[in-house]
Design a protein around this ligand. Structure first.
Ligand code: AMP
Length: 292
């Protein structure tokens, strides 16, 4: 496995044509867990060569967010990548990605202002800018993202289409802990009581499944029921949003009569967590990859 730190070296490491379908790419911020490994395995199934990037991107963190304390353990990440048969890890220092102040950015004007964008202004511009840079540096034919960050995936896909990147995007299902909590590098911030409270996000999504299976379809009624469940289980948590969206148009869903993205975000003390499920009108879980 090659460890590459510079853009030049990454470009020189290309023995496949630019944007070859044989090169798969998984961008990450490191502190890898089973969720990331599932993306790597998906990339491996669809491509001959797998490149993983590890870069904690400062431009997607807002003032007062957790950039400084974001967990990092590069040696462990490299061991995991090696064990997965990753071919190249691209792990640049900040100066390599941003040698100058970041004055050129990529903005998406609509979807990125909603859901997570409401409390994290500038977040998606940071994500889109770094992902566009990484796609041009790595030049993959296939890039794999996690459904865990559904809004991020949808906004990235919009950028890839709008800017004509010749890349096939894939989205892999959310990997969860045995009790249902979505795996996240940020889970490391949770002490035992907070870890218990954090389950309220997943349980709200399970409530959605139950309510739909019982025949509830009205968006406002569903929201009210899920909010009440969340508040009862996690009285100290601050719900940032709990929304029903059409995964193709990102429009708010008034009545669930097609696969719908149920997305939730909450602040638990200093930890912000997100989760989502795509559910059909019967409450059956569908994959974002299949419905958008
Ligand atoms: P991150 O390192 O958190 O920026 O995430 C890198 C990629 O891994 C993104 O595409 C995430 O959506 C994905 N990812 C993070 N957590 C999970 C999870 N629990 N299951 C599946 N994919 C995940």
């Amino acid at each position: 496995m090659k460890l590459i730190r510079t853009v030049d070296e990454m470009h020189r490491a290309q023995h496949l044509p630019a944007f070859s379908p044989a090169r798969g790419f998984v961008p990450t911020m490191g502190y890898l867990h089973e969720g990331h490994l599932a993306l790597i395995r998906t990339a491996r199934r669809h491509a001959d060569e797998v490149v993983v990037s590890i870069f904690v991107n400062p431009t997607q963190f807002g003032a007062g967010e957790d950039l400084e304390r974001y967990p990092r353990d590069e040696n462990h990440d490299l061991d995991l990548c090696r064990a997965e048969g990753v071919d190249i890890v691209f792990a640049p220092p900040i100066e390599e990605m941003y040698p100058d102040p970041c004055e050129v950015t990529i903005q998406e004007a609509r979807w990125s202002r909603e859901l997570c964008g409401r409390s994290r202004s500038g977040h998606f511009a940071g994500v889109l800018t770094v992902v566009a840079k990484l796609l041009n540096i790595v030049q993959p034919g296939v890039a794999v993202f996690g459904q865990k960050d559904a809004q991020q995936f949808l906004v990235i896909r919009k950028m890839v289409q709008a800017l004509n990147f010749p890349i096939c995007l894939m989205v892999a299902p959310t990997v969860r802990e045995p009790d249902g909590l979505a795996m996240s590098s940020r889970n490391t911030y949770l002490d035992a009581p907070l870890r218990q409270d954090a389950l309220a996000l997943y349980l709200a999504l399970r409530d959605a499944q139950t309510a739909l299976a019982e025949g509830m379809r009205n968006g406002l009624e569903l929201q009210a029921r899920l909010r009440a469940g969340f508040a009862a289980r996690c009285p100290c948590g601050q719900l940032h949003y709990l929304e029903l969206r059409d995964p193709r148009t990102f429009r708010a869903v008034q009545k669930v009569d097609a696969p719908t993205l149920f997305a939730i975000a909450a602040q638990l003390q200093s930890v912000r967590l997100i989760d989502n499920m795509v559910l059909d009108e019967q409450g059956r879980e569908r994959s974002l990859q299949d419905v958008c």
